[in-house]
Design a protein around this ligand. Structure first.
Ligand code: SAM
Length: 167
């Protein structure tokens, strides 16, 4: 399924607060579906020492990510997949970061509920994950505006109609 959302990057200061809120630990897998030019991926790797994986549908943005990975010497620490975020299996993720349109989150919320493991966290920028219950919501001010960040944890945030153990 291809739903192209516009590319709007998460400011670095907001990315830092998202990953702090998710309590990302060294060596954890952080996955950013629709990673754009990789802002969240680079913060995850450079500040939190996580393994960062992005999925991006636009070839020009994938090329920009690859260029930045090489420039920053982060080969083997930051990965970018050129493809559709709905084709990825999120079972590997300790933390998923989201900055996507509500129409995409509607579909993704069920997929994440099926695929994420117990203990995984989801942090969403500005747009909440439909039907999931946040365990914390904070606001962050960037030079541009105020941003809202929603934190979810599996299993306590899952809607009762979903089950994380479904095939
Ligand atoms: C709002 S931007 C967020 C970029 C990045 N996550 C960040 O926060 O800096 C959304 C991104 O999702 C990408 N995108 C939209 N639909 C997609 C799809 N079906 N599969 C993969 N990427 C997609 C867009 O090209 C865009 O780069």
């Amino acid at each position: 399924m291809k739903v192209i959302a516009p590319f709007v990057p998460t400011p670095r200061i907001v990315a830092v607060e998202m990953l702090k809120l998710a309590k990302v630990r060294s060596g954890e897998y952080v996955v950013d579906p629709g990673c754009g030019e990789g802002n969240i991926l680079f913060v995850a790797s450079e500040i939190f020492n996580a393994i960062a994986i992005g999925i991006e549908i636009r070839g020009d943005l994938v090329a920009r990510c690859l260029h930045r990975i090489l420039e920053k010497g982060l080969v083997g620490k930051v990965y970018v997949i050129h493809g559709d975020l709905f084709d990825f299996n999120y079972g590997i993720a300790d933390v998923v970061t989201l900055y996507l349109l509500p129409s995409m989150l509607e579909i993704l919320s069920e997929k994440l509920a099926r695929e994420l493991r117990e203990g995984s966290r989801v942090v969403a920028h500005d747009f909440p994950l439909p039907k999931w219950k946040p365990v914390e919501v904070i606001e962050v001010t960037s030079p541009l505006r105020r941003h809202r960040i929603y934190l979810y944890r599996v299993p306590e945030s899952l809607p009762s109609t979903y089950s994380s153990s479904e095939p």
